[in-house]
Design a protein around this ligand. Structure first.
Ligand code: FES
Length: 150
């Protein structure tokens, strides 16, 4: 679907500009400067207004820089970052960075709006809930790590 039409549809459905940027990040893996400008135009916000509106701001990248992208809601951790640190160690990937081999990026976000199901993460555009106990999420991470061994 055309990016402009999709953003307009989100606006028409009452989606907030913040949620629109998050949806773009989930679906595309990044928020390009073109997408940011379209959100700005369609929601009739200045760049400053849009940035002020955001509690968190997705890193603007024209394209994904790692093969896999993992976003973890920092707010779900309620100040305890042990799970995030464990995942960072497991993936050998610094927080808010990409692994040295470009296999995966690990970024922290603010609330994804799914708090009751947290802790939440988005891995390769797929949302995972309760990632501290979610075996599907754990197995997906294992599959990604196996790519490293090939
Ligand atoms: S606090 Fe993590 S989804 Fe809301």
């Amino acid at each position: 679907m055309d990016l402009q039409i999709w953003i307009q549809e989100m606006k028409d459905q009452g989606v907030s500009p913040k949620r629109a940027l998050f949806n773009i990040k989930v679906r595309k893996g990044s928020v390009s400067s073109e997408a940011f400008a379209l959100v700005q135009k369609i929601f009739q916000l200045s760049e400053t207004e849009l940035k002020l509106l955001l509690g968190w701001f997705p890193q603007l990248k024209d394209k994904p820089i790692a093969k896999h992208q993992l976003l973890i809601c920092k707010s779900c951790q309620k100040g305890d970052e042990s799970l995030i640190n464990k995942i960072s160690t497991l993936l050998d990937t610094p927080i808010n960075s990409i692994s040295s081999d470009g296999l995966i990026s690990l970024e922290l976000t603010g609330c994804m709006g799914l708090c009751a199901l947290g802790p939440n993460a988005v891995l390769d555009q797929q949302i995972y809930n309760s990632i501290n106990t979610n075996t599907v999420f754990r197995n997906k991470l294992k599959q990604i790590l196996e790519e490293r061994e090939k």
